[in-house]
Design a protein around this ligand. Structure first.
Ligand code: B12
Ligand code: SF4
Length: 636
């Protein structure tokens, strides 16, 4: 059967690719349609309508994009698509009844991991009635079939097909992996814990070390040298068991001839163990996404994180001592934040400025304890396409209404400043790992991270101070717009620095790769072949993006960002903060930067460098090896 799978693909979408692997193994022909942007609804629907696929699967994982996927289904029907449309992924599964009630274009919904269920649906000729794990319409009613369990043995699943050719950074091919599914924790805001509760079965399933190493070795043979692990928590709670698993992985990779690689993983601060990290670093670990989430015990408790402020401090100290590129996100605002707590979180950021970070408000996802609590308290606003809420403390709510629009271009979108900061540190770490950096470049990179973070703290503190002094009925959109002017001025200045650093990093990488001595040692380390394979590939982003808060259709508050005047409208306003004080603020930021660096950043032996070679080309916005948005290949 011909099956079309429609999903986002910002890196390699492992959800879609695992499904594709299972369907292809069962003998089906799969067309993967990449749908990354609301502007592509029409193109995606047309492409689907032209495929002639008997079965179409929508990967509705992200809540904030769910409506766009529904629109694709509706538009494809208008264009005459007559195949069976099923939807899967977190959003679809949590809202199966609502989707089937409200979107007639969708025929059925899959609850749970879809490999087996989708194959059964295809073998049943797209008749969902006898397929476990499906919800569908029958007569006028919505019927929920018997539940299906998630695949218990991950080693039995076929490997997901990867991009051809692989993406690359600094010319080094990168791919994405999973060594486990699920998570043994249960944070109040998290979809993952809720998802595994809904799907049943064990909360955490591990692949065997041998199976992971086999897949990595196969990808290594294809040229992959950077492995991005998407496990929700790569580390086990039992540190001794994790130590054994880490050592076994290192050993298994060595036995399979996997030499110089770099891999990235996610980690909770309280499951971090220095012994484990040392083993993993020796196997190639170079990057961690650390679940800091909040900078005070009060917030951590409210978020149900089960970790403390001390765990966060300890974890940051260890990763920085081991020189692992580590970034984190802070849920700066949550439904019960007080202004004092927001300020304490900003103080945490100010005290820990060495790692790239971003921050946002805690969003509410279906099935989570947070969702249940707000629902019980009658505080949920909006609808299931994107829940909203008002923070209980009006001053914290006021801070949110000012911070979100003021930081829109600093926090959101692939090219925002905080992602640029992550990209600078990420690429520099890769440079150091594979080619070697220089002392001067390293110092410039680390100083830049501190400068950008302290600049963020300075603006946040200014907003908190302003909010504290505001009368209750103050015009928040206007105040937000004034702060936005100030933040965006600094965005421009810092973005220029970021791009200049990226240029230096990329130039040095290109230069090192072509130096005769380096080529010899790269050949010895097994990197040269990978670089040859990647020679003409673009880069994609590795940063952890954050989605903006939902734009509520229903009850207030109207989203402040929508109401904020453009910066140009208020730029001339003499009372706008910071513009006159820029030089002074910069000087104090510089002084703080220097102090933080002097105190903490270890020196690196200097080697020689040159900076003349142009950087590699930047990534196109869309990509798939099957159907790029601008060039539909297959028609009926
Ligand atoms: C990798 C990843 C990303 C990558 C994107 C990868 C891509 N798609 O290209 C990046 C880093 C870019 C990213 C970004 C974001 N992410 Co993210 N991300 C993940 C992560 C860690 C792994 C996804 C994955 O590969 N899973 C492995 C596969 C095998 O599992 P799966 O996705 O569940 O897929 C199975 C089932 O869901 C089902 N299924 C899925 N689709 C379909 C379709 C059909 C037809 C069927 C039948 C079945 C089916 O079958 C699949 C195979 O078993 C998940 C967490 C997680 N564990 O899933 C979060 C997660 C998906 N992300 C999440 C979020 C919130 C975001 C952000 C909004 C960040 C933020 N905090 O603001 C951004 C938004 C991105 C964007 N611009 O749209 C949330 C989604 C919550 C929600 N309900 O909306 C998750 C669940 C994390 C969480 N803790 O809550 N993310
Ligand atoms: S540790 Fe991470 S994946 Fe696990 S429940 Fe908490 S937020 Fe979710």
């Amino acid at each position: 059967m011909r099956v079309a799978l429609i999903g986002a693909e910002f890196e390699e979408n492992l959800a879609v690719r695992y499904l594709r692997g299972a369907l292809e193994q069962a003998g089906h022909e799969v067309l993967q349609i990449v749908f990354n942007d609301a502007h592509d609804i029409e193109w995606t629907a047309r492409t689907l309508a032209r495929t002639g696929a008997e079965l179409a699967g929508l990967s509705m994982v992200f809540t904030w994009r769910a409506k766009q996927f529904a629109q694709v289904a509706i538009r494809a029907r208008e264009l005459g698509y007559a195949g069976h449309i099923t939807a899967g992924g977190h959003f679809a599964a949590f809202h199966a009844d609502q989707l089937l009630r409200d979107v007639p274009a969708i025929d059925s919904v899959v609850i749970g991991e879809g490999e087996r269920i989708l194959c059964e649906l295809a073998s049943a000729g797209c008749d969902p009635r006898g397929v476990r794990g499906m919800v569908c319409r029958r007569g006028g009613a919505i019927v929920r079939n018997q539940a299906a369990s998630n695949p218990p043995a991950l080693d039995d699943l076929p490997w997901p097909p990867r991009k051809q050719p692989l993406d690359s950074y600094l010319g080094i091919p990168i791919t994405n992996m999973l060594a486990s599914r699920g998570c043994s924790h249960a944070c109040a805001f998290c979809s993952i814990a809720a998802w595994h509760r809904m799907c049943g079965g064990p909360r955490l399933r591990l692949r065997s070390v041998e199976h992971v190493a086999d897949e990595m070795a196969a990808l290594y043979a294809r040229g992959a040298r950077i492995f991005n692990f998407h496990d929700d928590n790569f580390f086990l709670d039992d540190a001794d068991a994790m130590l054994a698993r880490a050592a076994a992985l290192r050993e298994a990779l060595a036995q399979r001839g996997v030499r110089r690689i770099a891999f990235a993983a996610k980690c909770r601060p309280d499951t971090m163990d220095e012994r484990v990290l040392r083993v993993l670093v020796s196997a190639g670990l170079f990057r961690l996404f650390l679940g800091i989430e909040a900078g005070t015990d009060e917030s951590l408790h409210r978020l149900g994180r089960g970790q403390t402020f001390r765990d966060n401090e300890r974890a940051l100290r260890i990763v920085n001592e081991l020189d692992i590129h580590t970034c984190f996100n802070l849920l700066l605002l949550n439904p019960d934040s007080t202004l004092e707590d927001v300020e304490a979180n900003v103080a945490f950021l100010r005290d820990h400025p060495r790692n790239p970070m971003n921050f946002c408000r805690t969003e509410v996802y279906a099935g989570t304890p947070l969702h249940r609590r707000l629902e019980k308290q009658g505080r949920l606003l909006g609808d299931y396409w994107g829940w909203d809420y008002v923070i209980a403390d009006p001053r914290a709510q006021a801070a949110f209404e000012v911070i979100t629009p003021a930081f829109r271009t600093r926090n959101y979108g692939a090219d925002c400043l905080h992602h640029l900061v992550m990209a600078v540190d990420y690429e520099h770490q890769l440079l150091s790992h594979f080619f070697g950096s220089t002392g001067a470049l390293r110092r410039a990179v680390k100083a830049f991270i501190v400068e950008a973070n302290l600049d963020t703290c300075r603006h946040l503190q200014a907003i908190i101070d302003a909010v504290r002094a505001l009368p209750e009925r103050a015009d928040r959109p206007l105040i937000a717009a004034r702060f936005r002017v100030a933040v965006e001025q600094d965005n421009d200045r810092l973005s220029r620095k970021a791009h200049s650093l990226l240029q230096r990093i990329r130039s040095l990488a290109v230069q090192r790769r072509t130096q005769p001595g380096w080529v010899r040692s790269a050949a010895a380390a097994g990197i040269a072949a990978a670089l040859t394979i990647a020679a003409c590939k673009d880069q994609t982003h590795t940063t952890e993006t954050i989605a903006p808060p939902p734009q509520t259709d229903g009850v207030p508050p109207t989203h402040p960002a929508e109401m904020a005047p453009e910066p140009s409208e208020v730029a001339a306003d003499a009372s706008a903060p910071a513009s006159g004080a820029d030089a002074q603020a910069d000087a104090s930021a510089d002084a703080a930067t220097d102090a933080a660096l002097d105190a903490k950043v270890p020196p690196v032996p200097a080697t020689h460098m040159h900076e003349r070679v142009p950087p590699p080309p930047r990534a196109p916005k869309h990509y798939t090896e099957d159907i790029p948005p601008t060039m539909p290949r297959r028609t009926k």
